[in-house]
Each structure stands twice: as structure tokens, then as C-alpha cells.
Design a protein around this ligand. Structure first.
Ligand code: HEM
Length: 442
């Protein structure tokens, strides 16, 4: 692929990345490259000689135009579509009316009552993990991936993946390992489709989920996991007649397990890494937890505001979903420039969150910056996307990350023992884990 060349005649705020495929950037470190290009004030770049035009938005207003105002004029980018080999036709991959219906039905799994039930499970799982984590040598990223997997197993599936379903854990991990190794882009997508290991992993997950759905229907049991909610869900728009089929439930459950696991694990691992070099912040978290008492575990959103700000600052600097995009079905104007049907338009929280145009001293880790920032939805902080395709698990993720960071920080002294390098795959993750030592606090 040829080196990036700068084009002159494009409006501010849009980078054109005409790569051979969507966001398949010709570099080992696409995140650094995109940031360098934006920092240099180069507003329009072109790479390679691909026929498909790819743009990257850098203005929050344009992000709203794409994700909210024109949500009906776009569909998911080619990379996401290709993941249906693993995810089937669940929330992440479906489009149009099918997506809107699925969103209404799956929404029931994220009601406040459900979130309370999930929180109680999270507390149990984190408590059980503390002894395992206290070791001279531990990979924080691997451990957080394991912990969040155990949590999705119980909250989404109602199954204890450690005791009964080792095989599922392996299947999910195989699929994810294959999946996250991929770089965003259509070529990578083709690999997903043909990867035998992914197909096999999906087959195994499907077999388990199908069995659990049948058991749930037969027993009529009203569990507190997402699977039970999906079995019981009725679409209000159909007067309650329309419900998810078993095959649809299976796809939704697999989607929630995959989408709700690696992203959160990365965020938490990054957060513990940051805290390891900032004992002052770790002490403030401990003080907050001590003051709030153990009851705070069951209401981490309300009771642990400082811990939450530390998580928020982590997700700003290290957004696990560092880039996502849309293919256009209709022309859309961004700041005076019109993108055409067939163009791919990307949003990168990684680029926007690190821009000095929206954040003072953008590379400094400063959780207190969130204290004086006005609340409400702002498009210069979009780690969970926005609009009708925004993350359905956002509240789940806030609770889980805040809780885990608070509980582990109180119980352990964690020291990261090797420099951490970033890897820009489908998610932003540490390249070779996060090596650390963890000591139980007395
Ligand atoms: C820190 C953790 C997380 C991050 C950063 C994150 C980020 C995102 C982003 C950016 C999107 C939108 C992508 C787009 O617009 O193309 C998304 C969608 C989604 N997320 Fe998350 N997510 C996280 C946690 C979760 C959790 C815990 C779950 C479920 C338990 C989940 C389930 C989903 C699903 C199903 C969608 C698709 C929604 C739709 O299209 O209607 N995510 N997520």
C-alpha cells in the first residue's frame, strides 16, 4: 500500500482515508497514525488507491449528524457486517426495522431491576476473584477478561462458566482471540467469515445457548439473567403478540456475551494500570469506598462518584471501541462537505478524546476534569457511540467497571511490572497483556 498523501481541497473536520477497504490502515499502529495526522493540522489525507472512499469525522457536531440526525440513512460498516459469522443476526449486526424490533425486545434485559440483579452477581464474582488475583505475577488483562467472562456467563446466560461450561469458555475465548486479532477492515472481515475456528466456536456456543433456552422454556423458571428476560419479552409495538424465536434469542445472547466482555475487560485493565502509577488516585478511591461502606457495592453509580470519574478518564484516553463506522445509503452533508451513498464514514473516540480542541492537556490523566464539566450527552465523549445504535450495555459497563475498580483497589496493592503497549485491533487492548504483581492489603 502506498504512503499517505495529503489532499488539499477538502473541508475542515473530515479526514479522507481512501484505503482499499474500510479503515484497513497500512500501519501497525493506526491509532498513532490518525492522531499524528490530525495533530499536524492535516485535515484531509488519502492512503492507497482504493475505490471506496472512507472518511473520518473529527468534529463532535458531525458525529451527531452521522449517528443521530441521519441514523436512518446509514448502515453498519463492512467490518461489523462480517462479524455475523460469529454473532449471527443479533443487535450488533441487524439493520433497519429488524434492528429496531430487536432493540425493543432486548431492552428489557437492561431495565433498572435487571441491572440491580446483575450488580449483586458482579459483587459475588469480584469477591471470589480477589484471592486468585493476589499473586507475585499476574496478567491483569487476562484476569479481567476472565472475570468479565464469568460475569457475563452468570448475568446474561445464568450459567456458571467456571464450573459447568469450560468448553463454552474455551469456545468464546477462541472466537474472541481470532476476532480481536483482526484489524478493522473488509479484508479482515473476509478472514472472519472463513475462519473455521470461529465457525466451530459459534457452533458450540449455539448448541449450549439453544439447550439453555429449551430448558428455560420447559421449566418456566423466571430467572434474573438476561436469557430469562429474552424468553419472556414481548414487543409492545405488536400489542404483546410478537416475541423472539429461539434462534433469535441465541443470536442475541451470543452478541451480548461477546460485546459485553472484552470491551469492559480492556477498560478495567487499563484503569488498574493507570492507578498503579498514581497511588494518590488509588488512595482517594480507598477513602471514598471506606466512607461509603460496603452498601456502596450495590449502588456503585450513585455512591462512588470519584471512582466513576477515574473510570471515565480511562475510557476517554483508552476507549476500547476506538473506531467504528457507517456505510452511507444517502448523501449526508458534514460541515459543508457532502459524502455520497456507498462512502464509509468513521468515528474514532480515540482521536476525538485526545484532541486539544475539546480537552485541556488532553494526554494528562486527570479524573477531576469531569467534576467541573457540564453533564448531559456531548459528542466530544463518545466511547459508547450514540443514537439508536449506541451501546445497549452502557449502564452495565459503568456499573461493572466502577465496582471492579473500587473493590480491587480496596483489597489489593497492584504494581504494573512491565511497560504496557497498545494494540489497535477490533478493540483497543494491551499488546501483550499487563504484567503486574498484586498484594493483599491488610
Ligand atoms: C467499556 C465497555 C463498552 C464499550 C466501550 C462499548 C462500546 C460500544 C460502542 C461504541 C457501540 C456502538 C458501535 C457503533 O455505533 O457502531 C456499542 C454497541 C453495543 N454494545 Fe457496547 N460497549 C461496552 C460494553 C458493553 C456491554 C457490557 C454490553 C452488553 C452486556 C454491550 C453490548 C453492546 C451491543 C449489543 C451493542 C449494539 C447495539 C445496537 O446496535 O443496537 N456493550 N458498544
Amino acid at each position: 500500500m502506498s504512503a499517505p498523501a495529503v489532499l488539499g481541497a477538502r473541508p475542515r473536520s473530515i479526514l479522507e482515508v481512501a484505503a482499499q477497504s474500510a479503515l484497513a490502515l497500512p500501519t501497525r499502529n493506526p491509532g498513532a497514525m490518525l492522531r499524528r495526522l490530525t495533530r499536524d493540522g492535516r485535515e484531509t489525507i488519502r492512503m492507497g488507491r482504493g475505490r471506496r472512499r472512507v472518511f473520518l469525522l473529527t468534529e463532535p457536531d458531525d458525529v451527531r449528524t452521522l449517528l443521530v440526525t441521519h441514523a436512518g440513512d446509514v448502515h453498519k460498516g463492512p467490518g461489523v457486517q462480517a462479524t455475523s459469522a460469529l454473532l449471527g443476526q443479533g443487535l450488533l449486526t441487524s439493520e433497519g426495522a429488524a434492528h429496531a424490533r430487536a432493540r425493543r425486545l432486548v431492552g428489557a434485559a437492561f431495565s433498572p431491576t435487571q441491572l440491580d440483579a446483575y450488580t449483586a452477581v458482579m459483587v459475588e464474582e469480584v469477591q471470589a476473584s480477589i484471592e486468585r488475583l493476589a499473586a507475585a505475577s499476574v496478567d491483569l488483562h487476562a484476569e479481567m477478561t476472565r472475570l468479565t467472562l464469568l460475569i457475563v456467563g452468570r448475568t446474561i446466560l445464568g450459567a456458571r462458566l467456571d464450573d459447568h461450561a469450560d468448553e463454552v469458555r474455551t469456545a468464546l475465548q477462541t472466537a474472541l482471540t481470532e476476532f480481536v486479532r483482526l484489524r478493522p477492515g473488509a479484508r479482515a472481515g473476509a478472514e472472519v467469515v472463513t475462519s473455521g475456528r470461529i465457525v466451530e466456536a459459534r457452533g458450540r456456543l449455539l448448541a449450549l445457548v439453544t439447550r439453555l433456552v429449551a430448558e428455560r422454556r420447559a421449566s418456566g423458571a423466571d430467572g434474573r439473567d438476561a436469557l430469562s428476560t429474552l424468553v419472556a419479552a414481548r414487543d409492545p409495538e405488536s400489542g404483546g403478540a410478537d416475541r423472539l424465536t429461539d434462534a433469535e434469542i441465541a443470536d442475541e445472547v451470543i452478541t451480548l456475551m461477546v460485546a459485553g466482555h472484552e470491551t469492559t475487560a480492556n477498560a478495567i485493565a487499563f484503569c488498574l494500570w493507570q492507578l498503579s502509577s498514581r497511588p494518590d488516585l488509588a488512595e482517594r478511591i480507598r477513602a471514598e469506598v471506606d466512607e461509603a461502606g460496603d452498601a456502596s457495592w450495590l449502588d456503585p453509580r450513585g455512591r462512588l462518584p470519584f471512582t466513576r470519574r477515574v473510570v471515565q478518564e480511562t475510557i476517554r484516553l483508552f476507549p476500547p471501541a476506538w473506531v467504528f463506522g457507517r456505510s452511507l445509503d444517502a448523501p449526508i452533508a458534514f460541515g459543508g462537505f457532502e459524502a455520497s451513498p456507498g462512502d464509509v464514514v468513521g468515528v474514532s473516540p480515540w482521536v476525538i478524546h485526545r484532541s486539544a480542541r475539546w480537552y485541556d492537556e488532553p494526554t494528562v490523566f486527570d479524573p477531576d476534569r469531569w467534576e467541573c464539566r457540564p453533564g448531559g450527552l456531548r459528542y466530544d465523549f463518545v466511547p459508547f457511540g450514540a443514537g439508536p445504535r449506541g451501546c445497549i450495555g452502557e449502564q452495565f459497563a459503568w456499573i461493572e467497571a466502577t465496582l471492579i475498580v473500587a473493590m480491587l483497589t480496596r483489597a489489593l496493592d497492584i504494581t504494573v511490572t512491565r511497560p504496557v503497549r497498545l494494540e489497535f485491533t477490533v478493540t483497543l487492548r494491551p499488546r501483550r497483556g499487563i504484567a503486574a504483581s498484586a498484594r493483599r492489603r491488610s
